[in-house]
Design a binder for this molecule. Structure first.
Ligand code: UDP
Ligand code: MG
Length: 324
C-alpha cells in the first residue's frame, strides 16, 4: 500500500478529461478554497484521463507554479470512475474532497462541507443536487429516472441525485479502497462502506467550458455498472418469472383437463398444451436457479471485505489486520 511521507490535512481529487479550458480557473478556485479551509497544508491531485486536448500540458504548467499540485497522467482514457480511483489511491490527505473538473460543483462549498462533517461527526458528506443548471431536459430526466430505478433494485441504499462530489475522512477512503472490484460505481461503493454519511444539498452550476464527457453511451455503461454491481435482481428475475409461470400453468392445467374431460378439446390439443405449459414453467424455473447460483458466484468474485470496523473500545490484541 502507498505510504505517504506527509499526510496533509486535505486532498482535493479531480479527474479530468478534455478540460483544458477549465483548468486555470479550476485550480485558482480550488486553491483559494483549500487555503481558506486548511492553509498551506493541502494537496490538489489532478488526474489526466487520456485527454485529447491540452489538459496534460496545462496541468504540468500549473504544477510548476504550485508545489501543492500533483498532476497524474493516465496512459489512456480509462473512464471517469477509474481516473477517480487512481487519484484516490495516490492522494495522501486526512480529508479528501472529490470534485468534477468543469466547475459544476463549486469548490467554495468546501468550508461548509467541513463544518457539516465536524458538527455531525460524519465520515462522508455527500453533495445532493437540488437543482441542475444548464443541463438538457433529457439529461435531467434520465438522471432522475436512473437514481430512482437504482434505488428500487439495489440492496444497498444509494442516495438519490448524488454524484461523486463529496468530502470523506481518511478512514472512509481507506475502507473504500479496500473494495477491489473492477467495475467501479464509486458513489454506490461509498454508500456500501457505511460509517456516518450525511447529505449536503446544493445547486449544481453550469459547466464552465467545453461539453459533457458523459454522452448517452457512457451514461448507459455507468448505469449498468451501478445496477449489476449492487444488485443481482436482473438474474433473480428469471426465478420470479418461473414462479409466476408455474402458478399460471397450474390454472391452465385445470382448464386443459376440463377441456379433455368434457370432450370439447380438438384431438392433440391437450397433450400439446400440457407439454408447452409445463416445459415453459420448468425451464424458467431452472434458469432462475442458475441465476441464483450465478448471482452468488458473482458476489463472491468481487472479493469485497466481509465487514468494515469503525471503532474499537477496550484492548484488542493480535489483530493487526484491523489496522489499529
Ligand atoms: N471525466 C473523466 N474521464 C472520462 C469522462 C469524464 O475523467 O472519461 C471527468 C470529467 O473531466 C469531469 C467528470 O469526470 O471532471 C464528470 O464528467 P462530465 O462533467 O463530463 O459529466 P456530467 O457533469 O456532464 O455528468
Ligand atoms: Mg460535468
Amino acid at each position: 500500500m502507498y505510504r505517504p511521507l506527509h499526510r496533509p490535512a486535505l486532498s482535493v481529487v479531480v479527474p479530468c478529461y478534455n478540460e483544458a479550458a477549465c483548468l486555470d480557473l479550476l485550480h485558482a478556485r480550488i486553491s483559494a478554497a483549500a487555503r481558506a479551509a486548511v492553509g498551506d497544508d493541502h494537496e490538489i491531485v489532478f488526474i489526466n484521463d487520456g485527454s485529447r486536448d491540452d489538459s496534460w500540458a496545462a496541468m504540468q504548467q500549473l504544477a510548476e507554479t504550485d508545489p501543492r499540485l500533483v498532476a497524474i497522467n493516465l496512459s489512456r482514457n480509462h473512464g471517469h470512475q477509474l481516473a477517480l480511483t487512481a487519484g484516490l489511491d495516490l492522494c495522501a490527505g486526512d480529508q479528501i474532497l472529490i470534485i468534477d473538473a468543469d466547475l459544476q460543483d463549486p469548490p467554495e462549498l468546501l468550508a461548509d462541507m467541513r463544518r457539516t462533517m465536524a458538527a455531525q461527526g460524519a465520515d462522508v458528506v455527500y453533495a445532493v443536487r437540488r437543482r441542475r443548471e444548464g443541463e438538457t431536459l433529457f439529461k435531467k430526466a434520465t438522471a432522475a429516472a436512473f437514481y430512482r430505478v437504482l434505488d428500487r433494485v439495489t440492496d444497498t441504499p444509494i442516495p438519490l441525485d448524488t454524484g461523486d462530489f463529496r468530502l470523506m475522512s481518511r478512514r472512509a477512503l481507506d475502507a473504500l479502497l479496500s473494495l477491489p472490484e473492477q467495475a467501479r460505481f464509486i458513489r454506490g461503493m461509498v454508500a456500501w462502506i457505511g460509517f456516518r454519511q450525511v447529505p449536503f444539498p446544493y445547486d449544481r452550476a453550469e459547466r464552465h467550458a467545453g461539453e459533457t464527457n458523459y454522452p448517452l453511451g457512457k451514461m448507459i455503461r455507468l448505469a449498468f455498472d451501478a445496477v449489476t454491481g449492487f444488485s443481482t435482481a436482473p438474474l433473480r428475475f428469471a426465478s420470479h418469472v418461473g414462479l409466476a409461470l408455474t402458478a399460471v400453468s397450474l390454472l391452465l392445467i385445470v382448464y386443459i383437463a376440463i377441456g379433455w374431460l368434457s370432450g370439447t378439446a380438438v384431438q392433440g390439443w391437450t397433450s400439446t398444451m400440457l407439454v408447452t405449459v409445463v416445459l415453459g414453467a420448468v425451464q424458467m424455473f431452472v434458469l432462475g436457479m442458475i441465476g441464483e447460483y450465478l448471482g452468488r458466484l458473482y458476489i463472491e468474485s468481487k472479493r469485497r471485505p466481509l465487514y468494515i470496523v469503525a471503532d474499537v473500545a477496550g484492548p484488542i490484541q493480535g489483530h493487526a489486520t484491523l489496522g489499529f
